[in-house]
Design a protein around this ligand. Sequence first.
Ligand code: NCD
Length: 325
Amino acid sequence: MSYRHLVSIRDLSEPDLHQLLDLSEWFMPQVEAGGFKMDTLRGTSCILLFYEASTRTRASFEVAGKMLGSDTINVGSKGSSTEKGETVKDTALTLNAMDHNCVVMRHETADAINIFAQYFERGLVNAGSGLGQHPTQALLDALTLRRAGLLEKGRRVAIVGDLRHSRVMRSNLQLWASLGMDTVLVAPPQLMPDGWEGLHPEHWADDTTGYGSVTWDTDIDRVLPDVDAVMMLRMQRERMDGGYLTNSDEYSKLYGLFGHRMKKLPPHAIIMHPGPVNRGVEISEEAFLDPRCRITEQVTWGVASRCALLCWSCGRLPVGFAVTA
Ligand code: NCD
């Protein structure tokens, strides 16, 4: 195996996806048992280059790297040479010249990761790029769906909330569509991305035979009874430059996952959220505690999926994991 870049969900073939999910499952018992120490990435260094706020994504990559024996090093925009005007290209060249094995990068612009990818020759993982992509979140969401038996053709998933600013939605809908799953986007017009129809992979994939659909609905109550999973999103106020949202109470009433709506969601359906969660705004405490809710599990399972991603991007598989694909 050699070094790999995961910049966009498009970088993953279907065998890649299944291998990453199988590898995540392989790590799962050890992660759920409270952690482990392995030598798979012993002797490597992974830079966590986070130019934007993060708790779960950064911490899960850090703990995953440490459990695999890698030296993980945190670099943020504050205190780095970015403050002195260093470009993304020069940062990539600098880290490349130090022979680091992997960079996990989060940046507030969609394009920085593409520039970085041109100059960094080893493993690279996109941990969120502006309004662009968040493929590692999509991967852990896929794992969550697969564990519920829902990652299969014909399943229908709703994503509700601030879709305009959601890179999670962008990566997920591309992944789901390519697997033949249908996505329903649920949001008021002002929270929909301009030209949302163009997000469907039919606009760039060579062959979209068997792909699932992507539709838009403004009425969550109409959508809920007919889904296998619902993903709630937070209002990304830090990206709103005004005009998108009037008030949270109004939003909660129209789009929040609250009491009466829980009854509309089928018994087999699961509730997901990438976090951070604003309890009482997009989701109620009751929904959070409902047995269909997988939000806490997503965080734990995220560690297993990041273990898989670091191995994959560094081109090293753990001893004992059999390659099936
Ligand atoms: C998301 C992100 O950063 O894109 N969160 C995450 O990675 N877990 C979504 C968000 O910030 O609301």
